[in-house]
Design a protein around this ligand. Sequence first.
Ligand SMILES: [Zn+2]
Length: 99
Amino acid sequence: MATTMNCAACGANLTPNEQAVKMAYCQADLERAFRFVQDPADWKAPIDCYVRFPSADALTLIEAAVQHFTATPAEVEPVGEGVYRVRAAGYRAGPAGDR
Ligand SMILES: [Zn+2]
């Protein structure tokens, strides 16, 4: 019997496709989170940005989004004053990249 899985952020039922690739979040939440950290001109570029006052849940979601869209792990480093630096090699430099 298939079990229904829910998005860890918004609670929506995950689609069969989302479950098939073992996503913990729905596509919409991952896209929203990725937009915070991606290079606005080139989403395949390396990621290096600062996020201000994220919750622990938001950081977990951002890490999942970076892994999902770039196939490279995010490195999250607190730099003080509620600010976190988020870095990743990015899609192009990662194993899924079109070099
Ligand atoms: Zn969701």
